[in-house]
Design a protein around this ligand. Structure first.
Ligand SMILES: Nc1ncnc2c1ncn2[C@@H]1O[C@H](COP(=O)(O)OP(=O)(O)O)[C@@H](O)[C@H]1O
Ligand SMILES: [Mg+2]
Length: 260
């Protein structure tokens, strides 16, 4: 299988302390990868390095055979779309305009939006259940609605790789399932490579094909969910006990934290 993205010897620091410590991994094309780990372990920092928003202290990140730091902003935006954990939109654009901005990498300079741009925007807003919000102002919708709008914008970029930083953290259970089902569908039908950070270990177990477990800026495990999400790994990394419950008839596994 060919690789979508290669991360080689990546280290990073904001100030004095190393936040990412010599990370190495390859993401296959068509992968659905979940990145898990405790608060502050470096997940967001890693994602920001993977989209060239932060520059690593050392190492290389490449998409295809191209180093992302040498790829133009516009070309990179056709390959990688990101939904950040905290976006910093402060102008009160309409929701529709925000999603339309996702088409910028595909537009030629000085030429306006095409019919295709509007069609893609409508499709992406409908699949993320944000079409009904189109005339609202971005600053006047809820956190969960905003998460769906930002996903619509990322999809409007028609990328090869989608990076999502905690995409379900503000969503009610129905929208959590809708968004993860949508990711699964795009992954399966369009072979879109999906990389998400996620706290919910049961959702990760259900949806991700591979899991990276991070702790303290390092990768502790990278493999299939059932191999990474063991009692031992969870206990070592989160310092909690869990029971792993398997229902063989229904083919369901559930991880339940011990509360006493
Ligand atoms: N802009 C910043 N300046 C300095 N330190 C930061 C900055 N952003 C994050 N950090 C620190 O880097 C570490 C990793 O943060 P982050 O990548 O956001 O973790 P996670 O997403 O896993 O919760 C934390 O200790 C955090 O305090
Ligand atoms: Mg984070």
């Amino acid at each position: 299988m060919s690789s979508a993205m290669k991360i080689e010897n990546i280290s990073f620091k904001y100030t004095d302390n190393l936040i990412l410590r010599d990370l190495n991994f390859t993401v296959d094309k068509g992968e659905f990868l979940g990145i898990l780990g405790p608060n502050g372990c470096g997940k967001t920092t890693l994602l920001k390095n993977m989209c060239n928003l932060l520059k690593p202290l050392s190492g290389n990140i490449s998409v295809g055979n191209e180093n992302i730091s040498k790829t133009s902003h516009k070309e990179l935006a056709k390959k990688i779309a990101v939904v950040h954990q905290f976006d910093n939109i402060s102008f009160d654009f309409s929701v529709h305009d925000i999603v339309l901005m996702g088409r910028m990498p595909h537009q030629r300079r000085f030429s306006g939006e095409t019919k295709k741009d509007y069609e893609v925007v409508e499709r992406c807003m409908k699949v993320t259940d944000s079409w009904d919000l189109r005339d609202k102002k971005i600053l006047q919708i809820s956190g969960g609605e905003r998460q769906r709008v930002m996903l619509a914008r990322a999809l409007a970029q028609e990328p090869e790789i989608l990076l999502l930083d905690e995409p379900i953290s503000h969503l009610d259970i129905k929208h959590q399932i809708n968004i993860l089902n949508l990711c699964k569908k795009l992954n399966k039908e369009d072979n879109l490579t999906i990389i998400i950070t996620i706290h919910d270990i049961n959702m990760a177990l259900k949806y991700c094909k591979k899991i990276i477990m991070m702790n303290n800026g390092q990768i502790e495990a990278y493999d299939k969910p059932e191999i990474v999400l063991t009692k031992e790994n969870i206990s070592n990394i989160y310092d909690i006990g869990v029971d792993i419950i398997r229902n063989k008839d229904k083919n369901i596994t559930y991880i339940v934290p011990k509360t006493e």
